[in-house]
Design a protein around this ligand. Structure first.
Ligand code: SF4
Ligand code: SF4
Length: 343
């Protein structure tokens, strides 16, 4: 395992982090084994959030007796002081600890949300108060819009930032990472597999690892998944592989979608997943989750092509901050699937 300093926190953490988002909903013993196996094999960064169902409780149940062995990060999605204070207390109780190492302002994607949480009566003030009381050691922020995150980090309130870093989401490399390097902000790259849509898995993990992010946060559920994550990162990445992976990321991120979810569709087409899986499908063919996803939504893609209100001005595109050709991409995904079926 490689270890690194998490930016200006000065904390030494493992480069691979255990994302505990997917633990809820399975037998507690499976989670217990996965988390303990991770700690036994050098992972020292554990990430969860108050919003991840009972993920915090699982951590409290299974590894709180080893609390001194890991850096514990959680998040609050509350935007106001009182609610955030209450949620921080609840998180500590659930995780059976007297402090978290990192408390992050969770899923901040709109300027209005940032304004709300950084107001005098906002959630950030609650985090600062908790820090003064020793219940929180560092404060961070998470979100899906790298260029906005860079702007908000400029306020100086945050020690770390958590953002997408994967073969299909390489945007932070240009829009956020340079600011973080210059200002010694701790960088945590999440979703190396982009929720299971990216393949091949080993390349996906190794790409995130080859970037400047300090921690690659991978969602894991079982001991087997921990093993697979550890194995993918075993061999060092040489400059040749790094270049190859960077080139692949350029190709697979060409859809341009940041997963910010500003767009919505009256037909309930899952736009970001469609944009991402269609480009992976084009490069690697139909496989796994991306295939199942595209096939399941094929009828909807057909309906998109015929949906009258979107013919002139696609409704989804009006809200996309990156002005992406969403309708065109969705229809193309449907057409390609249909063509594949006939071949
Ligand atoms: S263009 Fe298609 S994806 Fe976009 S809102 Fe209209 S129906 Fe939905
Ligand atoms: S298509 Fe545009 S608005 Fe929708 S999630 Fe992607 S980047 Fe955001």
């Amino acid at each position: 395992m490689q270890y690194t300093m998490l930016g200006r926190t000065g904390e030494k953490v493992s480069r691979l982090g255990f994302g505990a988002m997917n633990l809820p909903g399975q037998d507690l013993e499976i989670s217990r084994r996965a988390l303990n196996y991770a700690l036994d094999h050098g992972i020292t960064y554990i990430d969860t959030a108050a919003a991840y169902r009972n993920s915090e409780e699982i951590i409290g149940e299974t590894i709180s007796h080893r609390r001194q062995e890991f850096f514990l990060a959680t998040k609050t999605q509350k935007r106001h002081y009182k609610e955030a204070r209450e949620e921080i207390e609840r998180s500590l109780k659930r995780m059976k600890t007297d402090h978290v190492d990192l408390l992050q302002m969770h899923y901040v994607n709109y300027p209005s949300e940032f304004k709300e949480l950084s107001d005098v009566e906002g959630a950030l003030e609650a985090a600062i108060r908790a820090k003064e009381e020793g219940k929180v050691r560092y404060i961070g922020i998470t979100g899906h819009r790298p260029e906005l995150l860079a702007k908000w980090l400029g306020t100086g309130h945050f020690d770390t930032v958590l953002f997408h870093m994967s073969l299909v989401q390489r945007f932070a490399i240009d829009d956020l990472v340079p600011f973080c390097l210059e200002n010694n902000i701790g960088m945590i790259g999440m979703k190396p597999l982009s929720g299971g849509f990216v393949q091949p898995v080993e390349k996906a993990l190794r790409f995130s690892y080859s970037t400047d992010v300090h921690v690659v946060l991978s969602g894991m559920k079982t001991e087997e998944e921990v093993k697979a994550n550890l194995a993918a990162l075993e061999m060092k990445i040489d400059p040749e592989e790094k270049n190859e992976l960077a080139g692949l990321a350029e190709v697979l991120s060409a859809h341009g979608c940041r997963r910010c979810n500003y767009c919505s569709c009256p037909l309930e087409i899952r736009i970001p997943d469609t944009m991402i899986s269609s480009i992976v499908h084009r490069k690697y063919g139909l496989a796994d989750k991306g295939t199942r996803f595209l096939e399941k939504h094929q009828d909807l893609y057909q309906q998109c092509a015929e949906y009258e209100p979107c013919r002139e001005q696609p409704l989804c595109q009006q809200d996309c901050p990156y002005h992406l050709p969403i309708r065109e991409t969705v229809i193309a995904a449907g057409n390609e699937l249909a063509a594949n079926k006939h071949n």
